[in-house]
Design a protein around this ligand. Structure first.
Ligand SMILES: *[C@@H]1O[C@H](CO)[C@@H](O)[C@H](O)[C@H]1NC(C)=O
Ligand SMILES: *[C@@H]1O[C@H](CO)[C@@H](O)[C@H](O)[C@H]1NC(C)=O
Length: 326
């Protein structure tokens, strides 16, 4: 009898598992100029594209089937993202970042933020310089590259504190999912390489989880502006609610399939709900001090802080002239 009940419970969990609430795959984009269709006045498509340099979008974003994780069967192509000395936005830092464009609430319940990244030996990222990757405005979870004590690692940080890392080897796809429980204010990490299913590598820990649904940065910020250019490859970007789809390639966004295979993920209870206070003092290292609420955080000619003290985020009040922390 007990066994039967367990099966039933498992079945109902599967039935509502793995709904893609935002599809960040690049299937809806056929050329770099498609990203330019989005503007503050015309908020179309699945990505906001405003954090970039003054060059043509094709200097920073390019699509090709060779740029995706080959295991991502639902994607026609991936994204090659290039940062160079022109890739500046509201600062001298090199930045190219896509932001979800959606009416979905990306900050409620438990969500899985999926993405895959790769580098090659051509235009390889410089491991002597700090990079922030796939981050939120408040940096409660992000990857870093080029930071001590393992600058050649992709290093997962929670509130500025390193929690896990893996060598960022060339020509290998690194798949990730941030498991964010916005109710419990915790975040955990899932990871695999290539076409292997995701496994949970760090159990959920306390974090200042927050998003206004428009501050997940699918992109790279490099602190120092100098040559040569760097290429970063992106694939398999989507956000899912319910239970995690651990497969790379099936069940992700873009293919129209929103149900997952019955992944038998034994999500262990987060036994280490560490207090969040540890994470509050360490987040300012990278991009300088935070601007306070209602302060300016961007705009033509502005050179001050571009990141807002959480939970405020930088809003385009009168772009391109004035941006304010709200
Ligand atoms: C998220 O956290 C809440 C509150 O601690 C908990 O009840 C819930 O089970 C968690 N959700 C998941 C999917 O782990
Ligand atoms: C994806 O689905 C196909 C058939 O639908 C199956 O053959 C393949 O093994 C699946 N791949 C993964 C990674 O689950």
């Amino acid at each position: 009898m007990l066994f039967k009940w367990t099966l039933l419970a498992a079945y109902s969990a599967i039935a509502q598992a793995g709904t893609v609430i935002w599809d960040g795959t690049f299937n809806n984009f056929n050329s770099p100029s498609d990203f330019d269709k989005w503007s503050w006045a015309n908020q179309v498509g699945t990505y906001q594209w405003y954090i970039h340099g003054s060059g043509a979008t094709s200097n920073y974003l390019n699509l090709d089937s060779s740029y995706k994780n080959p295991a991502q069967t639902n994607e026609k192509h991936g994204l090659k993202m290039t940062i160079d000395t022109t890739a500046t936005w509201n600062s001298q830092m090199e930045r190219a970042e896509l932001i979800p464009q959606t009416t979905a609430n990306l900050g409620t319940g438990t969500l899985f933020y999926h993405f895959s990244i790769k580098r090659s030996n051509t235009n390889a990222p410089d491991s002597s310089l700090e990079h922030q990757i796939a981050f939120f405005e408040s940096h409660f979870t992000e990857l870093k590259y080029g930071v001590s004590p393992n600058p050649t690692n992709l290093q997962w940080h929670v509130g500025g504190v390193s929690k896990w890392g893996t060598p960022f080897t060339a020509d290998t796809w690194f798949n990730f999912a941030y498991e964010i429980n916005f109710s419990a204010q915790t975040v955990g990490l899932w990871h695999s390489t290539g076409g292997n299913p995701l496994t949970k590598v760090v159990q959920n820990i306390g974090a200042s989880t927050y998003t206004n649904s428009a501050d997940f940065h699918v992109g790279v910020l490099r602190i120092v502006n100098r040559n040569p250019p760097e290429d970063w490859y992106w694939s398999g970007v989507y956000i899912e609610s319910g239970s995690i789809n651990t497969a790379i390639g099936n069940g992700s966004g873009g293919g129209g399939s929103t149900t997952t295979r019955p992944a038998t993920t034994t999500t262990a209870p987060s036994s280490t709900s560490t207090p969040t206070s540890t994470s509050t003092t360490t987040t300012t290292t990278a991009s300088g001090p935070y601007q306070t609420q209602w302060g300016q955080c961007g705009g033509t000619g502005y050179t001050g802080p571009t990141e807002c003290a959480p939970p405020a985020t930088c809003k385009a009040v009168s772009p391109p002239y004035y941006y304010q922390c709200q």
